[in-house]
Ligand binder design. Structure first.
Ligand SMILES: [Zn+2]
Length: 537
């Protein structure tokens, strides 16, 4: 009998979480997430799954974030008809998040098709629509925390609070092996793990003693600023006051789920105590508005919310319509604008960045993880110009970054969490992290006594035989969708974008039209593969 685990995403990168477990009786996925970040990676969303959706019996979902759940409607569209198990919090969040994701794709495809039509290229279809995303939810089933659920024949699962976002869980999975020497294989999928002392949630928990632990490592190499709730608010207040001086704008690109609600809770407290000016706070994201209401409905499960409503701030304005959103452009006198997406690669924040990035009248405060290849990462890296919707925009606004509001455990906290899961009899798989983070956490686990051969960082589409004799997993070889070295690094699309910016700069700087003509001639020669003028003898 073979039990295998295939890594269909989140290998050496932080998105596209999806793990396929196969036993002779069932096949199930843990998460079915969307790839985000650079274009080569995002194109995987449009390709075929590395398995047949019709032959998947069920999905166990760790939490609602799109990089863990975003391909569920596609899976359903392609014939998956089994149940999807999740907590109630996750289900309530997804009831808005998945249709929103479908809507984003419809709009993106509409824009692309308009461009393609102008270039005489064929039209494309969205991966799934908002209607697909509604329909796929008919198979969602909720489970209770800390309670065993018989998920399928020979497979049971227990959900544990992961302290990451509302409804998030680490999954303890037991699989019957049919063997006398070891009747069950015990697996733990960490999901995303929250930091200690996070606003809204108790510290992450889970049992110990596993055969395999599949652990995220987003911040495996980082030690974050440790700040108490009061310290955090003092630091935020200072950043907000700096940003708003002389009636300027503060733009907060935020993840609609949880980060937005945490920041609103803190800004509300700071305005109530008079620590920051009572400027309007625009929540310019229909999704974030709905999600904020889900948080309200779950207020009793959230720590530190109590009787205090998240929505009682009289300065908080919800902008639902596009017209209301556009009206923010004309604001004077200082304001805070919160809009998605958190990595600036989609959503209304791009409109505000286009409006304000080129002026010195705004501050952009990045308060979340910025993956390679996203606009947010470029801004964090301090580039002096970016392109938004094909338009070149100089960056004159102040760009600041803070790690005070992470939804993820840092290196120390991950190591502590893993120490509490020991013994790990066979292997620890490190996933959901870029190379530096994974390497740092691996070194740490080896230093703490784990054999190097038992700390494994899989690459995309690796498949492991979990019951092989000997301690660790035995890799199986099979086809791969992408070469490992492409993942987790800026790709040629980024290089091309940079190069295009450099070309435009060179033309801007050129002394006169004559030198511009020379530049064009040289570039044309290079494109034709001819040697440049000065290389000729
Ligand atoms: Zn997450």
């Amino acid at each position: 009998m073979a039990i295998t685990l295939k890594f269909c995403g989140a290998t050496r990168t932080v998105t596209g979480s999806c793990f396929l477990v196969r036993t002779p009786k069932v096949s199930f996925l843990v998460d079915c997430g969307m790839f985000q970040g650079h274009k080569t990676l995002r194109e995987l969303n449009y390709g075929t799954f590395p398995f047949d959706p019709k032959r998947i019996d069920l999905v166990l979902l760790t939490h609602a974030h799109i990089d863990h759940s975003g391909l569920l409607p596609k899976l359903w569209k392609l014939g998956f008809a089994g149940p999807v198990l999740m907590t109630r919090g996750t289900r309530d969040l997804l009831s808005f998040m998945l249709p929103d994701s479908g809507h984003i794709q419809e709009v993106d495809v509409e824009n692309l098709n308009r461009r393609y039509a102008r270039r005489n290229r064929g039209q494309i279809e969205p991966m799934y629509t908002s209607a697909d995303a509604e329909a796929c939810q008919e198979n969602f089933r909720t489970v209770e925390y800390s309670t065993w659920t018989e998920a399928a024949e020979g497979v049971r699962v227990r959900y544990w609070n992961a302290g990451h976002i509302l409804g998030s869980a680490s999954l303890e999975v037991e699989i019957a092996t049919g063997r006398d020497d070891q009747r069950f294989l015990r697996l733990l999928f960490s999901g995303d793990i929250g930091p200690e002392h996070k606003l809204f949630h108790a510290d992450p928990e889970a049992p110990n003693n596993f055969d395999y632990v599949i652990c995220e490592s987003t911040y495996g190499g980082r030690r974050r600023t440790r700040a108490s709730e009061d310290d955090r608010r003092v630091l935020l207040a200072q950043m907000v006051k700096d940003a708003l001086r002389a009636d300027r704008m503060l733009l907060l690109p935020l993840f609609a789920v949880e980060r937005t609600q945490e920041i609103i809770a803190d800004l509300t407290r700071l305005q109530q105590s008079g620590a920051i000016p009572p400027v309007p706070i625009f929540l310019d994201s229909p999704l974030a508005i709905r999600i904020t209401k889900v948080f309200q409905a779950h207020a009793r499960e959230l720590e530190g919310v109590g009787e205090r409503s998240l929505l009682t701030n009289p300065n908080l304005r919800f902008t639902e319509t596009v017209e209301e959103s556009k009206a923010i452009d004309r604001i004077s006198g200082g304001a805070i604008v919160i809009a998605a997406s958190g990595m600036c690669d989609a959503g209304r924040i791009r409109h505000h960045l286009k409006r304000w990035l080129w002026t010195e009248q705004a501050t952009v405060l990045l308060a979340g993880f910025q993956a390679h290849g996203t606009l947010g990462r470029l801004l964090a890296d301090g580039v002096d110009a970016v392109t938004i919707q094909d338009e070149l925009i100089k960056v004159r606004a102040t760009i600041r970054q803070t790690d005070l509001y992470s939804g993820h455990a840092d290196g120390d906290e991950l190591a502590e969490w893993l120490a509490e899961r020991q013994p790990i009899a066979r292997a620890l798989f490190l996933v959901h992290g870029e190379d530096e983070a994974i390497n740092a956490l691996r070194d740490r686990m080896v230093a703490s006594g784990m054999a190097p051969s038992r700390v494994v960082a899989p690459v995309l589409d690796d498949e492991m035989d979990l019951l092989s004799d000997g301690v660790g997993p035995r890799p199986r070889s099979g086809p791969r969708r992408l070469e490992p070295e492409v993942i987790g690094h800026a790709d040629w699309h980024n290089d091309l974008a940079r190069f295009t910016l450099d070309v435009r700069e060179a033309f801007d700087r050129a002394a006169d039209d004559r030198s511009r003509a020379v530049l064009i001639r040289r570039l044309r020669r290079a494109l034709a593969g001819e040697p440049a003028d000065d290389a000729k003898r």
